[in-house]
Design a protein around this ligand. Structure first.
Ligand code: ADP
Ligand code: MG
Length: 287
């Protein structure tokens, strides 16, 4: 009767749109004391919109074209947004040497020019002179042949249920954390709106791993990591329970995760924990 109860638990989770990959994860969910959230695509929609363009030479369409060409082969939500804002398609024959630099952005050649597109860290790493913009939103800087060309400001939207999701975890004594590669200013504003005080921002993928490990040492109990899998696969693998967003998430994240939230709503975390607690009661009753 014990395995049967786990099967029914997995079944009722799946009816709620949550895939649990085994009875052991359902058991482990009972011991969770903290949830570590990735920001982009997890707490936010990961659907960015271009809200401003500043081109040093005044030609905004050209700046967008350079950035879109560089982002052409990227499936990062930022890259998708830049590409979708472009009016005319890019001729792929003009794109060469595309490199995605995780946590920084892109380096690629377009019409034989070297294009860099990404965050301030990326331009600093290449010793490019530029003025850092102080805006609320994600700023994508662009440089051409080592010279600053301008920026594209893009904005993301917080998911409707993120605040409620954190609140409902807190109700049952589960603490929430945020790890993000994005800037401190943006991360703190979102944290404030959602109700997460523990925020670690401007992290590279391996720094996310270090911070996750520190959180694990500090928490006595299991720790969930929940992400979309873009730039956070190593943390997903390291967590006691890895949760992936099934809609926006990358295939590799869905494969690496133990639990998958099909409709991408963070509120489902509390629902699956409730299912786990209920299943445990049934299991204990049948021993
Ligand atoms: P998060 O932790 O919020 O999910 P990521 O780790 O995926 O964010 O990315 C961190 C930062 O690196 C982004 O906020 C962005 O500034 C920059 N970045 C990463 N990939 C790209 C890209 N393809 N184009 C432009 N910028 C990028
Ligand atoms: Mg992400």
């Amino acid at each position: 009767s014990i395995p049967l109860s786990f099967f029914s638990g997995i079944g009722s989770a799946s009816k709620k749109g949550i895939l649990v990959k085994g009875g052991n994860y359902l058991e482990e969910l009972n011991n969770v004391k903290a949830v570590v959230f990735d920001k982009t695509g997890t707490l936010t929609m990961g659907k960015f919109k271009v809200t401003d363009i500043m081109a040093v030479n005044g030609d905004k369409e050209e700046l967008l074209e350079l950035a879109a060409a560089a982002e052409w082969y990227s499936n990062h939500p930022i890259g998708e947004c830049v590409k979708n804002s472009l009016e005319k398609p890019i001729n792929e024959e003009n794109i060469e040497n595309h490199h995605e630099l995780e946590g920084y952005g892109i380096k690629a050649h377009y019409k034989k020019d070297e294009i860099l597109t990404g965050n301030a860290k990326l331009l600093k790493k290449h010793s490019i002179k530029f003025d850092e913009a102080d805006l609320l939103g994600t700023i994508v800087y662009v440089a051409k042949n080592g010279v600053y060309a301008g920026y594209i400001l893009i904005s993301d939207e917080i998911k409707k249920d993120s605040h409620e999701a954190v609140k409902r975890l807190k109700e049952i004594g589960i603490k929430s954390f945020m790890l993000t590669g994005d800037r401190k200013k943006v991360a703190e504003k979102i944290g404030k709106e959602i109700g997460i005080k523990e925020i670690h921002s401007e992290l590279l993928p391996d720094e996310k791993v270090d911070h996750f490990q520190k959180i694990k040492e500090q928490i006595k109990g299991s720790v969930i990591f929940v992400g979309d899998g873009i730039n956070d696969a190593p943390v997903l693998a390291l967590s006691d329970i890895g949760v992936a967003m099934g809609g926006i998430g990358s295939d590799s994240a869905i494969e690496a995760a133990d639990v998958i939230i099909m409709n991408d709503e963070p509120i489902k975390l509390r629902e699956v924990i409730d299912v786990a607690k209920f299943t445990r009661v049934i299991v204990l009753q049948n021993i």
